[in-house]
Design a protein around this ligand. Structure first.
Ligand code: HEM
Length: 417
């Protein structure tokens, strides 16, 4: 296939080469995969964790079929594999696998989720709405005052972090430190998938100590926050283990801050490229909820999650064996031309827009309503107070195939007069 001057063939595709993600998500690779090899065996490469190959699913319908079959495709493991989880590298059992909510299968997963879910419904979040709106205003006002700023750091990152700290019951004063640790844990700038280093170990250790102390405080004096709910939850007659509770704190900080800020940054980048759409949104605010869905589809800030086949299965004539790693590329499903007309066009009036950015099935994102609310609020505030935003340098992406992340986005903000 021809994109600009580059010709992409299946032989050239290497989804474990993180350098290929440093200019954004490689959509052209997935155009080829959806068309030519929708159930593709990714042979092992120099970078493949454990020297193991894995299946790559790129079409919408196949991804939905696997994501909604949590018995056949586990978030923990399968076959005679020791570890597992939802990333390419196997996590050892007893660490995250089986203890972290998103790497846990039903029935335990469902029981825990049932106790946490009420704290994240749109109704529950209404209590935070006024406070978050005020925070969004402060963030945008201080970026306007700077005029030249890093949109990722100064604008996009702040509200998701403040919101998740508020939801989880983490003191706001600690939020940046927590985010820095989470950033190191998610960062592959100086390592390959599956590798560790001193920085990573130190971040894990500090997050661990912080988690132990904070959870102790919550147990002693529970509030109305999500971490307090976690410490109070009783599953099968017992509280969650200390380990499960601590992991939940790391999950919520990482899942809650990283993904949403990237969606906000990618959405803004799309709007900078399309001043006509920016103006249209400014003229008609009723388009914003629909635009938020398109920003979510467009940014697909979690590009993939992995499952492990628990039994032998044939999919489109390909044989997947029990224990095989199967990756579900939400970003690719979101550009599937059989579901979305002109999928590579950013269209804020797209309806319906059944994107899979929050996943599908029993692990559907627990923070979806919060993320939608934050994105809407940030753009509501920007559209109200900012005349236009211009790029003042190139967008720098995170070197990762697990997060479609923006590291820096230098912009000039022109305020509304
Ligand atoms: C645009 C923002 C976000 C995106 C794109 C996103 C994406 C996702 C995806 C794709 C999954 C499914 C994982 C799987 O199937 O293996 C997921 C699960 C999850 N997300 Fe999000 N997320 C976002 C925001 C948030 C926020 C704000 C929070 C926290 C408040 C959050 C917390 C979670 C949790 C706890 C799970 C695990 C749910 C379970 O296993 O039952 N996410 N997210």
């Amino acid at each position: 296939m021809r994109h600009g001057r580059a010709v992409v063939t299946l032989d050239h595709i290497d989804l474990t080469d993180l350098d290929r993600f440093t200019t954004g998500f490689p959509h052209h690779d997935f155009d080829v995969l959806r068309r030519e090899a929708p159930i593709w065996w990714h042979a092992p490469t120099d970078h493949t964790p454990g020297g193991e190959g894995f299946w790559v699913l790129s079409r919408y319908d196949d991804i939905v079929a696997v994501a909604t079959d949590s018995t056949g495709f586990s978030s923990e493991g399968g076959g005679d594999r020791e570890g597992g989880g939802t990333t390419l590298e196997d996590m050892p059992r007893g660490s995250a696998v089986g203890s972290l909510l998103n790497m846990m299968d039903d029935p335990r997963h469902a029981k825990i989720r049932k106790q946490l879910a009420p704290s994240t419904t749109p109704r529950a979040l209404r209590a935070m709405e006024a406070e978050l709106a005020e925070r969004a205003t402060t963030i945008v006002e201080s970026a306007i005052a700077k005029q030249d700023c890093d949109f990722l750091v100064d604008v996009a990152a702040e509200l998701p972090l403040q919101a998740v700290a508020r939801l989880a019951g983490v003191p706001q004063a600690d939020r940046h430190e927590l985010m820095n640790w989470a950033n190191v844990i998610l960062d592959y700038d100086d390592r390959e998938v599956g590798e560790t280093n001193d920085r990573l170990q130190a971040a894990h250790a500090r997050m661990f100590t912080y988690g132990v102390e904070l959870l102790e405080r919550k147990r002693a004096a529970p509030g109305d926050d999500l971490l307090s709910v976690v410490t109070q939850a009783i599953i099968d007659g017992r509280p969650l283990t200390e380990h499960e509770q601590r992991l939940f704190l790391s999950l919520i900080i990482a899942a809650g801050s990283e993904t949403t800020r990237n969606s906000i940054a990618h959405g803004m980048a799309a709007l900078v490229e399309r001043p006509d759409v920016w103006e249209r949104l400014r003229a008609d605010g009723s388009l914003l909820p629909n635009a938020v869905e398109e920003i979510l589809r467009w940014s697909s800030s979690t590009p993939y999650n992995r499952r492990t086949a628990t039994r032998d299965v044939d999919l489109r004539g390909r044989h997947i064996a029990a224990g095989d790693k199967v990756t579900l590329w939400w970003s690719s499903a979101n550009r599937d031309e059989t579901v979305f007309d002109d999928p590579h066009v950013f269209d804020i009036e797209r309806t319906p827009n059944p994107h899979l950015s929050f996943g599908r099935g029993v692990h559907f994102c627990l923070g979806a309503s919060l993320a939608r609310m934050e994105i809407r609020m940030m753009f509501e505030t920007l559209l109200d107070r900012v005349d236009r935003i211009e790029m003042s340098g190139p967008v720098e992406y995170v070197r990762s195939n697990k997060h479609t992340g923006v590291r820096h986005m230098p912009v000039r903000i022109v305020a509304t007069h």
